[in-house]
Design a protein around this ligand. Sequence first.
Ligand code: SF4
Length: 364
Amino acid sequence: MTKKEERELAQRLVKEIKAMADKTGRKLRFMEVCGTHTVAIFRAGIRQLLPDNVELVSGPGCPVCVTPDDYMDKAIAYAQHPDVIITTFGDMLKVPGTKSSLGEAKTNGADIRIVYSPMDSIPVAKDNPDKKVVFLAVGFETTAPTAAATVLAAEQQGIKNLFMLSAHKLVPPVMEVLLNDEQVHVDGFILPGHVSVVTGTGIYEPIVEKYHVPGVVTGFEPLQILRALYRLVKQVANGEAKVENEYEDVVRPEGNPVSQRITDTVYEPADTGWRGMGIVPLSGLRMRETYKAYDIEQVMPLAAVELPAPKKTACRCGEVLRGIVTPKECPLFGKACVPTHAIGPCMVSVEGVCAAWYKYGQGR
Ligand code: SF4
């Protein structure tokens, strides 16, 4: 398809979305729960294309953003230990903890190494047998299989000095929290593409049924996102609520059973904390008893380390992540908080909502 044809198709879809939304006689609000969708939506200017009665709002889809302060404080405390090497994705260095960041700890001499995959931690562990190498395992269902595979590889290779500090998150439980939150209003979800490749589409069905709120899995091209929106609006107009798949070439109903098995071997569901949402039951993954030798919190508990008291700032990242306020409603947005000097995690990651608003001209 040529660019011109794509543009024409996009315009037709927008007209159809408007016609269908008009039938409902009210304003519709849809939420994406994937940071890559957030960026794709802003990059393509989709918010501006939509009619006034269809609004898009970003949810808790950025893994770095949803990681709470206390996890960062623990990571910093481990990083400051002379026997520890931290391996992590680069974004994590800038995420503020209560009092400082991993970036500051690194400047002050902590051994923190940027990796592109958890597997990159294996050679670091092999080269430093006298150190404990701790990978900061954050992310959704998408990244958990690679972290789990790293643990299995370490086990197979007899590596005993590689550990995880786990903060993996699961998407469906937090969708349920949002739907139970009186401050959050959504008429449907643009469901994540990458997560669904692993999980399949079936995991969303109980929620969609229970709350009668539609969801459509989709890819990251503008036309895919617009088609997903059309399907969502059509479901609402027809009084339906089901899970649809606009990414069928890539996402199968059953997902990727191999990846699921790898994750299940190493991890089990557990309660975990989300920024702005507190502890969400069974919304995270912790290492199973059989793999506790690879869990740094089991091997080297931080109980003896005094973690800083929670801080109060004007950062509204927790509300931004629930779609309750837009970044513009934060008094620090674009002033004290910019990508080069982020006050909160939503401005740190390229997938963060505040960073996307800042980069793409504040959206709508
Ligand atoms: Fe937090 Fe910065 Fe976003 Fe405000 S603009 S909510 S301070 S990340």
